[in-house]
Design a protein around this ligand. Structure first.
Ligand SMILES: [Zn+2]
Ligand SMILES: [Zn+2]
Length: 132
């Protein structure tokens, strides 16, 4: 990401809600939270989410069918995003790893596959929950 694009009101509301959230949020829970601020239809939420993902400010966590605010929107140097998802408390940590990305791209090279992006979702138990 270079410059943060000008966000619309809806996009700002959705991004703020995701930034406040402790765990990934579904489009419907976002709609519930933002109904009073004027978001009435699922389509409005989906449109905002789509743009925010395009800008690299939000990611979709496929296995949860939910969305998270990017943990480091201004320094995404890698195309591979890894999510560590705690199945106990719902916490999601996002990180990137150059070695993983090299391996994926290496496979792509060997198989004439051109990778644009990749997301890896790890499920398990976070440090807090393991300690408890
Ligand atoms: Zn990110
Ligand atoms: Zn946990």
């Amino acid at each position: 990401m270079t410059d943060t694009p000008e966000l619309t009101r809806h996009q700002t509301l959705v991004l703020d809600a995701l930034s406040r959230a402790e765990a990934p949020a579904s489009a419907y829970s976002l709609l519930d939270q933002l109904r009073e601020q004027g978001l009435r239809a699922p389509l409005q939420v989906y449109r905002a989410l789509e743009k925010l993902m395009e800008y690299g400010l939000v990611h979709r966590v496929e296995s949860l069918n939910s969305f998270v605010a990017c943990a480091h929107p201004h320094e995404h140097k890698l195309e591979t995003v890894v999510f560590a998802i705690c199945d106990n408390c719902g916490r999601v940590d996002e990180f990137s790893d150059a070695a993983i990305e090299r391996r994926l791209k290496g496979w792509g090279k060997d198989h004439a596959f051109r990778m644009h992006s990749a997301a890896i979702e790890m499920h398990g138990t976070c440090g807090n929950c393991s300690a408890a």
